[in-house]
Design a protein around this ligand. Structure first.
Ligand SMILES: [Zn+2]
Length: 67
């Protein structure tokens, strides 16, 4: 499983079947993938961390208001 950030879906876990290729770069392992939604993307994992942007949680659940 790999933790990716899809443009459409946000933070998503994908499996090995979604991974297209892995390329070693000086910054780490660059992983090309296709999200569950079909959108391709690439994520670089490894040594370097990109800032400290906390987990972006978007709660899209409609608030059930009692009548
Ligand atoms: Zn997606």
């Amino acid at each position: 499983m790999l933790d990716i950030t899809c443009v459409d879906c946000g933070r998503t876990l994908i499996g090995a079947r979604q991974i297209i290729s892995m390329t070693a770069t000086p910054e780490g392992l660059r992983i090309a993938y296709v999200c569950w939604c079909g959108r391709p993307g690439a994520e670089t994992t490894g040594r370097r961390r990109r800032g400290t942007t906390g987990p972006r949680i978007t709660a899209r659940r409609p608030v059930a208001t009692a009548a």
